[in-house]
Design a protein around this ligand. Structure first.
Ligand code: DP6
Length: 325
């Protein structure tokens, strides 16, 4: 038996957003979603089986995580152990190359890397579809990080059918993403909490579900056609729809901060100046700008001039989950 394994999973950004679960325990979503896996943001996670005399531990970026903070991860591993009929104490060691809880989808890479390391450490015979199920149980968005390029999480109707499939793992499309970090402090409303409140209380939620399924179909077609403009338009609209929806929860809330609106205005100004670009925003105040590679520098210069305090990182398509050891 292999007693340890290390996996690297890249974060993904949803171009058509997932925002709400119909089954919280299985993390079955109300809608399908479509993502782009990102090259520069990833997590490296090792899973090591320990002798039974040692207690399980979770070390994140070199520091032991307290029992309460580690609870979600420990519960998740217990769920996987039960599901696969394995047991034992373990050490998880994870290095995150992405700001945590800042709307940069850190949970997508974290839970995908953990699922993959777990499967390898126990020598489980799982294909990537099963890995996408396992990752989904940790965090919905993690299911999409199993694959590189463009991926679609089919909402399905049960554990078996709610899986991710690759749409194009090696896109030749010229698509860059510039992450504009206006604030990297942990978000006030975690996405799990925010989406639950929205799905349970917003009178507009059924419209979101119907519309998002349609948007997925349109996005799939745009990806197949390698249509940069259409992909950008659909992604931006899905983000605006999601953030409009949070305001209609009871009570309503928003992830936007004043800098988020300033960043949106900057994207508008760039378009007015003839630089075609679009934005998307996850459960946080930061925005990500989608553009062609040739415009990345001008976009960065415009942000530096308008918003000198922001941190900018430009990236493009990343690969699916891979093993390092
Ligand atoms: C706005 O995947 O973090 O990034 O399943 O509760 O862990 P849980 O939620 P999570 O939510 C992601 C929300 C989003 C949209 C998306 O990635 O599709």
């Amino acid at each position: 038996m292999v007693h340890a394994a290390t996996a690297r999973a890249h974060t993904n950004i949803a171009l058509i957003k997932y925002w709400g679960k119909k089954d919280a325990a299985l993390r079955l979503p109300f809608t399908s979603s479509i993502s782009m896996t990102l090259e520069k943001f990833y997590a490296d996670t090792s899973f090591t089986l320990l002798p039974s005399t040692q207690e399980s531990e979770f070390i994140l970026d070199g520091e032991q995580v307290s029992a309460s903070a580690a609870a979600r991860v420990m519960t998740y591993v217990a769920t996987l152990q039960q599901r696969h009929g394995v047991s034992g104490t373990f050490r998880i060691e994870s290095h995150n190359h992405v700001p945590i809880s800042a709307g940069l989808a850190s949970s997508s890479s974290a839970f995908c890397a953990l699922a993959a390391a777990f499967a390898a450490a126990y020598e489980l015979d799982v294909d990537r579809t099963e890995l996408s199920r396992m990752a989904r149980l940790g965090s919905g968005s993690a299911t999409r990080s199993v694959f590189g390029g463009f991926a679609k999480w089919e909402r399905g109707h049960d554990d078996e059918t709610s899986v991710t499939r690759p749409l194009d793992e090696h896109p030749s499309l010229d698509l860059s993403l510039t992450a504009v970090e206006v604030d990297t402090s942990p978000k006030a409303v975690p996405s799990t909490v925010g989406m639950r409140r929205t799905a349970e209380t917003s009178p507009y939620y059924p419209v979101w579900v119907e519309n998002t399924e349609k948007a997925c179909g349109l996005m799939e077609r745009a990806i197949a056609a390698q249509d940069f403009t259409r992909i950008g338009e659909l992604a931006q609209q899905s983000a605006l729809d999601m953030h409009a929806l949070t305001m209609t929860a009871r009570p309503g809330f928003t992830y936007f901060q004043p800098e988020t609106l300033a960043a949106i205005s900057t994207v508008e100004a760039l378009n007015d100046a003839g630089v075609e670009c679009y934005f998307t925003i996850d459960a946080g105040p930061n925005i990500k700008v989608l553009s062609r590679a040739e415009n990345v520098e001008e976009i960065a210069n415009r942000f530096r001039a308008h918003m000198p305090a922001v941190t900018l990182t430009t990236t493009s398509f990343g690969p699916g989950v891979e093993y390092l050891a």
